[in-house]
Design a protein around this ligand. Sequence first.
Ligand code: GLU
Length: 545
Amino acid sequence: MDTNLLADLLYPNIKTLPADIEARYPARNLPEGAKVTRFAPSPTGFLHIGNLYGAFTDERLAHTSGGVFYLRIEDTDAKRTVPNGIQIIIETLAKLGVEFDEGAVIDGDNGAYGPYRQSERAEIYQTYAKQLIREGKAYPCFCTEEELAAIRERQEAEKLNPGYYGEFAIWRDAPIESIREKLDAGVPFVLRFRSEGDLNNKHKFRDEIKGEIDVTENDIDHVILKSDGIPTYHFAHAVDDHLMGTTHVIRDESWLSTLPFHIQLFKALGFKMPKYCHTAQVLKLDNGNKRKISKRKDPEAALTYYHSQGYPVAAVREYLMTLLNSNFEEWRLANPDAPIESFKFTTKKMSVSGSLFDLDKLNDVSKNVISRLTADEVYDFTFAWAEENDPQFASVLENDREYAVRILSIGRGGKKPRKDIALWSEVKDYMSFFYDMLFTRETAIPESFSAEDVKAVLADFITSYDENADQNEWFANIKAIAEKNGFCPDMKQYKANPEGFKGSVADVSMFLRVAVTGRMNSPDLYEVMQILGKGQVLQRVNGLL
Ligand code: GLU
C-alpha cells in the first residue's frame, strides 16, 4: 500500500506538515515544576457540580505551582453546542471565583496557544491525521450505519466484545483500489486508528490521583476523524494537549476506560504524555444509598443553582475544598483566618472512590462564612444578589442602607456571632419584619393563654415602654409587667412551682415578640425594638389589642 498516495487521496487539501504546526506552538517558558492545566468543557449550556470540582483542581494545581490554567472549548459536537455556550461557561465560573489565565474568551481568544475552540482547529487535526496515514497508522472506513449495526448485532449474539477490531475491521486492510472506488463514488468515510494493541497485554499506569492502575491494551480501531473531518474527543485530546503544553490532564474518571487508547495515540503521534489525574465522581446520599449527583434529579447538580440561591462564593470554594482534599478541614481548624489560597492543595489527598456532596454541610459552611462577615459586607452581597434575583427587595435595601446595616449588625462582630443566614436569598425573610411593606404576622400567640391576660400584658407594655432604657432596665420592666399580671418573673422559681402562676416572664417576652415581629423566633428583642423605634413598636403591639 502506498500510504503517501492514500494520504493525498483522503485529505488533498491539507498541505501543512506536523512540523509546520509544531513551529507555531513553542514550548512554554515556565519555571521548573510549573503545571499547565486546562478546563475543557463542551459548550452545552449546562455546567455540572463535577465540572467545578475539576475546574478547582485545575486552577489550584496551576496556581500553586506558578503555572497556567487555560480554557479550551470542546465544540466538536455541533448537536450539543448552544449559541451562547461559551459565555455561560465563562460567566458561571467567574461568578464562582474561577478565572482563566489564558484561552477562549467570549469574543475570541486570549493567549498564544490557540485557537482555543476545537471547531477552529480542523486543519491542525487533519495535518496530524494525514501524517498517521502516511505512516500506516490510520485508514479510512466506509462502513454504513447499517453495516456497523449488523456487526454489533453479531457480536451481541455471539457474546463477543463490541467494537471495530479483528475480523470486524473490514476496511483495515482494504486494497487501495476499493478505497479509490468509494472515494470516486463520493461515499463518506471516517478515519480509523490502526490499533496494534492486544487484550492479553496488561501493564501498570500511574495516575496522579488513583495511584498505580492496571491498564489493558486497546485492540479497537477507534474513529479519530469523523466523516466531516472533525476529530473525536480522543484525537483532539492528544493533539491539543500536546500542542498547548498541558502537563496535567484533570478529568472525570469515566474517561479511564478510554485511557489505553489515549496512550496509544500519544505514542503513535510521537508526543510526550501528560500526567493524568482522574477525579472521582461527585456522589450524594439518597435514602441511605450513595449515587451520582444527577442533572435530572438534583437541582444542586447545576452550577447556576449556587448563584441563584445566593451562596457566597467563599462558602462554595471552602466547601468544595473540603471535598477535594481530605486534610483541608483540619488545616482550616488550625488556620481559621488564613486565605484559602495558602492551603497546600495536592492530588495525593483527593478521593479515589467518590466524593460525597452534602448540601446540609455546605449550608453549615456557608453560615459560618457569613457569620464572620461585617454587616456592611452582608449588605453588599445581599444587595448584589437581590438586584439580579429580587429587584423589589433590592429597592427596599437601597432605600435606607443605614437602617438595613443596623438590622444586619444584630448579633454580629462578637466572639459568638449569630449563624442564622446561609444564603443571600434567606436575608429577605430574616429582615422582613423590620419593614412595614414586607411585614406579615406569621404566628399568633398560642390560645392556651387567655386573651384577657395577653391583652393586659400588652396594654401594660404600651404604657410603660421607655425607648431610652438600657437593656437591663428594659428587662426589669418586662419582669415587673409579668409579676403584675400573675406571670412569674423568675425562671427558677417558676420551674419549681409552675402551677402557682399563669406563666413565666419567658411567656410575656414571647407575647411581645409575636406582637412586634409576628414570629416566635427573632434576634434579640431589645435590639429589635431599638431599631424599629418606639412609634413602630407601639403600633405593632397595638395591632394585637
Ligand atoms: N469535553 C470533555 C468533557 O466535557 C473534556 C474532558 C477532559 O477534560 O479531557 O467531558
